[in-house]
Design a protein around this ligand. Structure first.
Ligand code: TYD
Length: 143
């Protein structure tokens, strides 16, 4: 059995999705609003074609948005930073979602070629909800 992920930063957490192992016909994995996912899912996006191990994604925090991020295929690393505590998590279990709550700087790296990232979000896209600059993010935490 895999070791449970211990979350050391604020505004994060772990969920494990329900799945059915329909061997030999694959797995079925389920995410439901207000059940396994504790908000109304308004937006779903995925990231694929990560053929460059050196690619970097994220490098931002959100002001209000709630998200859960999954690695539904392959693997990658995610760095989380709440402005005080930092941690890195290896994402390689398709059933595990990591909460990206408000004011949590995150950066994704070390993508396997077959990596597919899935994100469930509590709201529509809004560029005004982003901290794209790390100093602005840190200032917002100290205010
Ligand atoms: P961004 O959130 O920075 O991606 P990542 O965190 O995965 O590196 O978004 C990259 C670009 O895509 C940016 O120009 C905004 C745009 N975008 C949308 O238009 N809608 C969306 O739902 C998302 C997630 C991004």
């Amino acid at each position: 059995m895999k070791k449970d992920i211990e979350i050391l930063v604020k505004n994060s957490g772990v969920i494990k999705l329900q799945f059915f192992n329909d061997e030999p016909d694959g797995n079925l994995v389920i995410a439901e609003s207000m059940k396994s996912v504790p908000f109304d899912i308004k937006r779903v996006y995925f990231i694929n074609n990560l053929h460059r191990f050196r690619s970097v994604r994220g490098k931002h925090a959100h002001k209000k948005l709630e998200q859960y991020i999954f690695c539904v295929n392959g693997s990658f690393k995610i760095k989380l930073d709440d402005g005080t505590n930092k941690q890195e998590i290896v994402m390689n279990d398709p059933y595990i979602g990591i909460r990206l709550g408000p004011k949590l700087w995150h950066e994704m790296t070390s993508f396997s070629k077959d990596c597919v990232i899935l994100v469930l979000a509590s709201d529509y896209f809004d560029e005004a909800d982003y901290f794209r600059n790390y100093e602005d993010f840190i200032k917002s935490i100290n205010n």
